[in-house]
Design a protein around this ligand. Structure first.
Ligand code: FE
Ligand code: FE
Length: 193
């Protein structure tokens, strides 16, 4: 591991609980493997994977306070489910506290919970790596989704979004508008592609 990544991971380890830190390393290595497979920049994937959940262990009320302090926009769904905020807050903290200036890396952190239409390859990689890293509990269809991630990245996205929307709706949990938009976008893209 290079020196910068080493330094960041040490600092991050103090900010995350053990479980979250292990998940973080899983996402980092999975993102690196996906980047190799899809010919993306491996260093960007490692950096974004490492920092994607850097704001996750901040208590929810503090997340809201910090977003207000840093003037980050808050939607109703985010206020109802502040855990979603760790993505945009994480991108801000990655820049402010971990000195990441690479906009592509920051965007991948920002979109990792909801996804967004027309994602860059790096954004797709982080979104997917977060879901399929080896430490994730074995969700239904996981084996298939993991294989798809290395075979057909857009189809993998579609499958993941489809499965999560079904899950959220079955539990009557709020669905972020962006997740819905992302789903529609990839559904149409696949049909037309
Ligand atoms: Fe996350
Ligand atoms: Fe995560």
């Amino acid at each position: 591991m290079n020196c910068r990544i080493n330094k960041i991971s040490k600092k991050l380890q103090k900010k995350l609980d053990k479980e979250r830190y292990e998940h973080t390393l899983g996402v980092m290595y999975t993102a690196a493997a996906l980047a190799m497979c899809h010919n993306a920049n491996v260093e960007q994937a490692i950096l974004a994977g490492l920092l994607h959940d850097c704001a996750k262990c901040i208590p929810n009320d503090k997340k809201i306070k910090l977003c207000r302090k840093y003037k980050l926009e808050l939607s109703d769904v985010e206020l109802q489910n502040p855990s979603l905020l760790h993505a945009k807050l994480g991108a801000y903290i990655a820049r402010k506290k971990y000195h990441v200036e690479d906009c592509e890396v920051l965007c991948a952190i920002k979109s990792h919970t909801t996804g967004k239409p027309a994602m860059t390859l790096l954004e797709k990689i982080i979104y997917i790596a977060d879901y399929i890293e080896p430490g994730r509990p074995d969700l239904p269809n996981m084996a298939e989704v993991r294989q798809l991630a290395f075979k057909n990245i857009d189809e993998c996205l579609y499958r993941m979004l489809n499965d999560s929307l079904i899950y959220l709706k079955s539990k009557k949990l709020p669905v972020d508008k962006m997740t819905e938009k992302t789903y529609d976008y990839y559904k149409t893209t696949l049909k037309n592609g």
